[in-house]
Design a protein. Sequence first.
Length: 198
Amino acid sequence: MEVDGEEHIATADTAPQLLAHVMPFLQEAVTREAPEPDKVLATVLFSDIVGSTARAAELGDARWLELLAAHHGRVRAQLARYRGVELDTAGDGFFARFDGPARAIRCALAICDAVREIGIDVRLGLHTGECEVLDGKVAGIAVAIGARVSARAAAGEVLVSQTVKDLVAGSGIGFDDRGAAELKGIPGGWRLYSVISP
């Protein structure tokens, strides 16, 4: 260690000078605040096949897996068309994000039409909010709200939160007011809207 221009080995005599050099660095490192988490404003989409368990039992495993593969292919084609990012696929459901709510709504409607052609009904839910980015995926309360909105949708329905409806004002997309709803685990009442036209 060099102290006052001379090379030294730290001893009891040089310890005060050594600490004088090291302490400001240590104090700065301790007092630095953690960086703000990476966040993005995103529209999240959740989809789910209606009556999938009963359908699987009716068709049998082999035929159900073929139908599920066809469903997945059609959903992925629409996500690519509308620039959605697939984040997760759990069984018969999809979780995706979009950088624009109008495009997410149009994608959801296209998914409904595409899978109806192969005899499948889905329910879809959308919400827009600030999400934390973790390992390339989005997380946080906005994602939980999107999942809860989806769970309240009927077969063949695209259901959106008030936030989504407000963000697409002037886009020509029509909505039917479904009223206020309690979303499991989410505080407060949430006004939901069914998409009735692209």
